[in-house]
Design a protein around this ligand. Structure first.
Ligand code: PGA
Length: 244
């Protein structure tokens, strides 16, 4: 199976991501869309803010795909991220989110999973890739069939979190599992920057398996991988992947 890999200049990343999202949402009247956070998807959300009609954003049913363990009103929480980058999009519906403040996070994961399942699961999922190959908080070693849960974060994820959280960097998070993410009817994986080049090559050209959760996307029937040139720099020239 070949995967749809698109490589664009950094300056075009947001508009190319928007075009890919529109393409994936097209078959659905009211798509349930899982939304990544982090620095990578910000240009996509800014492009959506500037062209909500193009994307029919009011029809989208947005879902968070993860949340840090810790107070929801923390400046580094995903809830805060969505207030800053999603809620400002004209016509956007509120994101259905994990409640990081729930007294029992394991029960909270079950509640969120049921809420998502009741709506029919994700039609489209927007994903970033961690430097260690994680998807949401599905860290290396996660089974392909793992479902929504409260989970321990890998050391590399905690190290990235320290850039924002400082000494409060959480040790756990709430996350959709690979079962729900890879079960989305279509997927858009975004990666930008030279610091993602080696893990992108690992995910797209290395062995498919739990040691690099993002590699499972190569088995997905409808996935687009959008890279900027820096993130694509370590892909083999003339590799087996179809480039568009
Ligand atoms: P980033 O995070 O977009 O901030 O690099 C990606 C991820 O860890 O999934």
């Amino acid at each position: 199976m070949s995967i749809d890999v698109r490589v664009v200049p950094s300056a075009a990343f947001g508009s190319a991501a928007l075009d890919a999202l529109v393409e994936l949402c097209k078959p659905f009247a009211s798509p349930a869309v899982g939304l990544a956070t982090g620095s990578t998807p910000i240009p996509l959300y800014e492009a959506l803010r500037d062209a909500p009609a193009h994307a029919k954003v009011e029809a989208m049913r947005p879902f968070a795909i993860d949340e840090w363990g810790g107070p929801a009103d923390h400046p580094c929480s995903n809830a805060t991220f969505f207030r800053r980058y999603w809620d400002v999009i004209p016509g956007a519906r509120p994101v259905v989110q994990f409640d990081a403040a729930a007294p029992d996070p394991e029960q909270e994961a079950i509640r969120f999973g049921k809420a998502l399942a009741a709506t029919g699961g994700l039609d489209v999922v927007v994903l970033g890739i961690g430097r260690n190959g994680h998807l949401a908080f599905n860290e290396p070693g996660t089974s392909r069939t793992a479902s929504v849960r409260w989970t321990a974060l890998a050391a590399t994820t905690r190290a990235s979190a320290r850039a924002c959280f400082g000494d409060d960097a959480p040790a756990h998070g709430l996350t959709l599992g690979l079962a729900e993410l890879l079960g989305a009817r279509s997927a858009l994986l975004l990666a930008s920057g030279a610091h993602k080049a080696s893990i992108v090559a690992r995910a797209l050209e290395g062995e498919i398996g739990p040691e690099c959760p993002a590699s499972f996307l190569r088995e997905h029937p409808r996935a687009i991988v959008l890279l900027d040139q820096e993130a694509a720099a370590q892909l083999r020239p003339g590799g087996s992947l179809r480039r568009s």
